[in-house]
Design a protein around this ligand. Structure first.
Ligand SMILES: Cc1ncc(COP(=O)(O)O)c(C=O)c1O
Length: 403
């Protein structure tokens, strides 16, 4: 591991009217059919909150003629670092670029192993392969669906260089236990914060605990820049290295110190990001209110509601229930029935990583019973800021009829 890897490790908005529309490209397996429900409209599983402020910000950049990375990116980086409480934030063009660039900057490469949860979006592990290293899977906790610290301990070998913890669905993983394990074994802790903008663990921001925090601003996330990503860190050398990696390996113009990429964020994306960051707390509060409403009205039998740990400030990127297995009508039929009633649902995720065709060989015969059970039974319900209290009650009532 490089010295960069070792050093620096420490520690209302008004709601738009709901309109019937189709969601393009949301992540997760979605409802097979979504019709207009009793209320004459559909409740989508995700919807970015875009107002006049974002449109004005984009117009301003377009009018300025400075479309590529520039002062709007610098401003967004400053604001994001301040929001997360870190010394640096480096903007880039996706969450995947954020994860990969961090691994590359830390010198993680062929022959190295990185432990990741078995139950997450594929980019958590594919970024490890992109860096040339091997992702090693760890099972998850049955209640929080986050990586299990004991399972991480079992997977550590002399080749392990880092652990990527994912704050899945908007709830921080067990940062205390993971930090201790990484400290004891000299490993970098990378936080995958793609689903956890504004989430807190014991009052402190996601993205401020590990060697680095990696965010995504894909349109379904708690805040968006259209496409985009960010790395937060307190490590000045890591931040400097990241800036080179995302810009063709150059620190000084046309002097290339390493093989780099074009992972830069544009001014257009950053201008959207600054506006969205200003709305983030209000949007997250709306999600949290919806989660409370859904929890109050969920059917009493046939499902497991989401669990929120006492030390977590959960920002409900997804509101995920588990359907009792072998009971009721089955998940596919349930999704179909809800879809016919105008409620779009999704599965995050239908396959654990060790069962993904691209990673099947990497599982090495290991078993991941919790991850397997979750993949068979999880179901995401709409919880985003454009869902109203009335929608929440409607969703729960229809779910009660179906399960
Ligand atoms: C947990 C997790 N990690 C990484 C990513 C990758 O982010 P992006 O789509 O911006 O590359 C995502 C996005 O869906 C994600 O959910």
């Amino acid at each position: 591991m490089t010295s960069v890897a070792r050093s620096g490790r420490r520690r209302a908005e008004s709601r738009p009217p709901m309109r019937s529309h189709r969601i393009r490209g949301f992540r997760g397996a979605g409802s097979p059919v979504v019709s207009k429900g009793d209320a004459g409209r559909t409740i989508p599983i995700a919807r970015p909150v875009i107002g006049q402020e974002e449109i004005d910000a984009v117009r301003e950049v377009l009018t300025s003629g400075m479309l590529a990375s520039g002062r709007y990116v610098k401003q967004f980086e400053r604001e994001f670092a301040q929001y997360c409480g870190t010394n640096h934030a480096v903007a880039m063009n996706s969450g995947t670029a954020a994860l990969f660039s961090t691994l590359y900057a830390l010198g993680i490469a062929q022959g190295d192993e990185v432990i990741v949860p078995d139950f997450t979006f594929v980019a958590t592990a594919s970024s490890v392969r992109m860096a040339g290293a091997t992702p090693v899977f760890a099972d998850i906790d049955e209640k929080s669906y986050n990586i299990q610290p004991e399972a991480v301990l079992e997977q550590i070998t002399p080749r392990t260089k880092a652990v990527i913890g994912v704050h899945l669905y908007g709830q921080p993983f067990d940062v205390g236990a993971l930090s201790e394990i990484c400290d004891d074994h000299g490993l970098a802790l990378i936080e995958d914060c793609a689903q956890a903008h504004g989430a807190r663990y014991e009052g402190r921001m996601a993205g401020s605990f590990g060697t680095a925090g990696c965010f995504s601003f894909y349109p379904t996330k708690n805040m968006t820049t259209s496409e985009g990503g960010m790395v937060t860190t307190d490590d000045t050398r890591l931040a400097t290295q990241l800036r080179k990696i995302i810009d063709h390996g150059q620190g000084i113009k046309y002097r290339h110190d390493l093989i780099g990429f074009n992972f830069r964020m544009t001014n257009i994306e950053a201008a959207i990001g600054s506006v969205q960051l200003g709305k983030l707390d209000a949007m997250n509060e709306r999600r949290r209110k919806n989660a409370v409403c859904l929890l109050q009205h969920l059917p009493a039998a046939g499902i497991v509601p989401p669990y929120c740990a006492p030390q977590s400030h959960h920002v409900y990127h997804q509101f995920v229930i588990r359907l009792d297995e072998g009971n009721g009508i089955g998940r596919e039929a349930c999704m179909h029935a809800l879809g016919e009633r105008g409620i779009q649902t999704a599965i995050h995720y239908p396959l654990p990583l060790h069962r993904q065709p691209v990673f099947a060989h990497a599982a090495n015969g290991a078993r991941f019973p919790v991850s397997d059970a979750c993949a068979r039974s999880v179901l995401s319900l709409p919880v985003h800021p454009s869902v109203s209290g009335q929608d929440c009650r409607y969703i729960c009532a229809r779910l009660g009829e179906v399960v």
